[in-house]
Design a protein around this ligand. Structure first.
Ligand code: HEM
Length: 443
């Protein structure tokens, strides 16, 4: 019997099963037994409109039939299964983050995110402690003040554009305040938008991004002076004074890191908040459950990070030749860890397309860097990455989302979505979010 691929046409691969016999060394086809077709995956599928609107089917195809896929258009490999994505994030010796030299590095300059060496460890130990645990609690009142200021501006309305009026503003306002520049949110927002656009690969937009970064650097330069004054309690002063192994950050490094904070913590948190509201409000049972028990916002945030993560993929360069699923990946090639697809892996999460607040297979609450839950029946999501480059702002983002949401409900009442509201779509390279969310409130 022979299985013969006879044509690939319009995303379909046609097979024939032929009955053949071997007669004195000569093969004769005796007849056609069966003809079948199978949908094949083309690189163009990953760049189609359908994919942007509803990537889940393509991801399923990839996990099932193409666990390692070479994307001719993007010139990179893709992995989509949960365990493979976990490996790419965790094994930083084989999968390097130097890909960031070509994105954020081109706009804000070199930062810890593109390094995998001891220099990364030193820099992270200087900047990260401020964003977790007790030290983060000292910033809670800033979050509440920033949220309050925004809510005041729409608290007398019954219809609110949640993204424009709230979620796109809060994270930038909070980072500005943490850096010691309360009230500068509007200024930063324009620069940060240009800086993020500068990552798109277009030379013209990169120039604009660089100009925005130059304005940004000039604006924060005065804060770099006098940081040794122990009375100053802003993040810039704290990281300027911090020393690890006798090393301090240079002024250039501090400025670049501040730029990275806006790029990494602005739109991501905005989109996570908006997606969370979409998930909660688009199902009335879930909405009612959360309104009856506000502690469920915490569950809603975690399940949002799994089902509709704001960032769906991260790229790495392969540092040495490796073999995966029978293919060789050469040193220097790019590999994309598609965490959005990994979160829908049915071997890890039951009924993965369903947004379920009470999942028994998902690690709920604060994430951890190893991705391993104390409860062996639960698995972590990769929405904040994993391992060495695990997100520095994961607790801050959760706090902003939950505190802000509770405050809005308290002030404006019961929220609902219009029937026309559509769900998250892929934006740019790796964002997945609702563009706008029109929410009506009843006191
Ligand atoms: C829901 C909101 C957020 C999401 C979805 C998110 C997502 C991520 C992801 C996936 C990574 C890992 C990148 C990689 O491994 O290639 C990361 C790293 C990072 N994030 Fe976040 N992030 C969020 C909020 C924030 C906030 C609020 C801040 C800071 C204020 C922040 C700062 C950073 C930094 C500095 C890194 C690099 C860490 C390192 O290289 O060691 N992020 N984030």
């Amino acid at each position: 019997m022979l299985l013969e691929v006879c044509d690939v046409f319009d995303n379909k691969q046609y097979f024939k099963i032929l009955l053949q016999a071997n007669w004195y060394g000569q093969t004769k086809v005796l007849g056609l037994l069966y003809e079948l077709e199978e949908t094949v995956l083309l690189s163009s599928d990953l760049y189609s409109r359908e994919y942007r609107v509803s990537p889940e089917h393509v991801w399923e195809k990839m996990r099932d039939d193409y666990p390692l896929f070479y994307d001719e258009i993007g010139k990179m490999w893709w992995v989509t299964r949960y365990e493979d994505v976990k490996t790419v994030f965790s094994d930083h010796e084989t999968f390097s983050s130097s890909t960031y030299d070509l994105t954020t590095g081109q706009v804000v300059g070199p930062t810890l995110i593109s390094r995998d060496d001891y220099g990364h460890v030193v820099r992270r130990s200087i900047v990260a402690p401020d964003f977790v645990g007790k030290r983060l609690q000292t910033y809670e009142h800033l979050i509440s003040v920033c949220a309050e200021n925004l809510i005041q501006q729409f608290s007398n309305k019954s219809d609110v554009s949640l993204v424009r009026e709230f979620s796109s503003q809060l994270p930038v306002d909070v980072i500005s305040a943490i850096l010691g520049m309360e009230g500068d949110g509007d200024l930063f927002r324009t620069w940060v938008t240009d800086m993020i656009m500068g990552l798109s690969g277009s030379e013209e937009l990169r120039e604009k991004g660089l100009e925005a970064n130059a304005s940004f650097c000039r604006h924060i330069a005065p804060l770099l002076e006098g940081a040794d004054n122990g009375e100053r309690n802003d993040h810039i002063a704290k990281i300027a004074r911090a020393e690890i192994d006798g090393q301090r950050l240079t002024k250039e490094e501090i400025t670049a890191f501040c730029g990275l904070l806006f790029i990494a913590g602005g739109e991501t948190t905005d989109k996570a908040i908006a997606n969370m509201w979409w998930n909660v409000l688009s199902n009335s049972d879930i909405r009612d459950a959360v309104l009856n028990d506000i502690s469920l916002w915490d569950y809603a945030f975690t399940e949002t990070m799994r089902r509709t993560p704001a960032v769906i993929s991260e790229d790495r360069f392969v540092t040495k030749p490796i073999e995966l699923y029978g293919s060789e990946i050469k040193e220097g090639e790019r590999i994309r860890a598609c965490l959005g697809a990994a979160h829908l892996d049915p071997t890890v999460f039951a009924d993965p397309l369903t947004f379920d607040l009470f999942r028994s297979d998902l690690h709920i609450g604060k994430e951890n860097r190893s991705g391993v839950s104390k409860d062996s029946m639960r698995s972590g999501h990769f929405g904040f990455g994993l391992g060495k480059h695990f997100c520095i702002g994961y607790e801050l983002a959760r706090k902003e989302a939950i505190m802000g949401s509770e405050m809005i409900i308290e002030k404006l009442g019961i929220p609902s979505l219009s029937k026309e509201q559509t769900g998250p779509t892929i934006q740019g390279n790796s964002f997945f979010a609702v563009k706008e969310l029109l929410v009506s409130f009843k006191p």
